[in-house]
Design a protein around this ligand. Structure first.
Ligand SMILES: Nc1ncnc2c1ncn2[C@@H]1O[C@H](COP(=O)(O)OP(=O)(O)O)[C@@H](O)[C@H]1O
Ligand SMILES: [Mg+2]
Length: 378
């Protein structure tokens, strides 16, 4: 986690304890609500942080003494404490919170490590070595300030129930309202990019994210994925055998949520601990059931494993066992029912995705389910 490095040539700042020039003091002013907090008297550090903030399009709130930092401390989305004032702030024992970093010119003085602990910093950010990281963090503030999007898991009650199709339909319908991402978490599935007709678009796949550790930038992720209009897709590389790494999946899905209004995850039916973890982070889990005897029996087995997940509900596809019986056997409420969609194979062949019109059964069922989630993030 520590971002300390001493690789690049240090740019010397003023000695600690030195007073700022009046010009710098004049610039110490409150920023707008939601502004990152910058706490420093180091003129050259302040210049650099202001430059990075301006490039990221944010106006920080600036304070030049420890005491003044305490008021906006809890509400600022990001707190950057200059190494020059880290000792002063640490002595005031500020409330513990995430998103606090001590920033200084490399090499930071030895005592900075102790001060960073005292202020509860996540790490020390040394400049200029970590300039890119800090720029990204500042650029991402917009996305961080938004309420994270809804995450909906979709899983088949039995093989071939129509889970992947329904996940794509949810994505297409949600994309009418805002930024949406459909995530393929089933390495053995047909590839959701193909189902949505997005397979020829440039963009990264899971394999590019497997080595991602730590915080993934929401904006970089959103912009790097194959996307048409508001609908993006994250899938596996065609033909490449692949599995999901737990760490990459965790960080990627967190970033996906920060950067989209709705994230739909097509989950495999395997009893993988990672699936359970993703399910627990979802706002809703939709179990797509073919209401045949075999389909319902399989769905009952699956719901004994995942039925206690937050917002677990059924989506019934086709005719057969009565709705209330499926609900009774699985112990889950029914969120939507739909007849088979005619012309589905043709729509997929044409690269249109499963939803061709708002009036089709898939579109209606998807809209019902999305409405049941409540309003999406503004
Ligand atoms: N709503 C639907 N209407 C008609 N056929 C469907 C529907 N959903 C899925 N199918 C068909 O069922 C088969 C399996 O669909 P798929 O979405 O891959 O299921 P799963 O992901 O549950 O294994 C496919 O041939 C697909 O065309
Ligand atoms: Mg599938």
């Amino acid at each position: 986690m520590a971002r300390t490095s001493s690789v690049s040539a240090p740019r010397p700042g003023p000695q600690s304890g030195e007073q700022p020039e009046p010009s710098a003091r004049a610039r110490l002013r409150p920023g707008p609500a939601g502004a990152p907090l910058v706490v420093t008297r180091d003129e050259s550090l302040l210049d650099e942080l202001l430059r990075l903030a301006a490039a990221a399009g944010v106006t920080p709130e600036l304070v030049s003494d420890g005491g003044a930092a305490l008021r906006p401390w809890a509400s600022a989305p990001l707190v950057l404490v200059g190494a020059d004032l880290a000792g002063e702030v640490g002595a005031l024992a500020p409330a513990r919170r995430s998103g606090v970093f001590v920033v200084g010119w490399a090499p930071v003085p030895q005592e900075t490590f102790r001060h960073a602990l005292e202020v509860g910093a996540e790490s020390i950010v040394d400049l200029p070595g970590s300039t890119v990281w800090l720029s990204e963090r500042l650029t991402d503030l917009d996305d961080d300030l938004r309420r994270p999007g809804r995450m909906v898991g979709v899983v088949g009650g039995s093989g071939g129930a129509g889970a992947s199709t329904f996940a794509c339909a949810l994505g297409q319908v949600a994309a009418r309202e805002g930024a949406t991402l459909v995530v393929d978490a089933d390495p053995w599935g047909p590839g959701l990019d193909r189902m949505l007709g997005l397979e020829d678009l440039d963009g990264i796949r899971w394999d590019a994210l497997h080595h991602a550790t730590g915080r993934v930038s929401a904006r970089s992720l959103r912009e790097a994925l194959p996307r048409r209009g508001s609908l993006g897709v994250l899938t596996f590389q065609a033909g490449a055998a692949s599995t999901l790494s737990t760490v990459a999946a965790r960080d990627t899905l967190a970033a996906a949520r920060r950067g989209h209004d709705v994230v739909v995850v097509d989950l495999p039916r395997s009893p993988d601990p990672l699936v359970r973890e993703v399910v627990d982070r979802c706002d809703a889990l939709l179990v797509v059931v073919a209401p045949t005897l075999v389909g319902v029996a399989s769905a009952a087995r699956l719901s004994s494993r995942l039925g206690d997940a937050p917002g677990a509900r059924l989506v019934l596809r086709g005719r057969g066992v009565a709705e209330h019986e499926v609900a009774a056997v699985t112990g889950l409420p029914v969120a939507a029912t739909m007849p088979d969609q005619r012309g589905l194979a043709e729509a997929l062949d044409l690269g249109l995705g499963p939803v061709r019109s708002r009036r089709g059964p898939l579109a209606r069922a998807a809209a019902t389910v999305l409405a049941g989630l409540g309003p999406v993030a503004a």
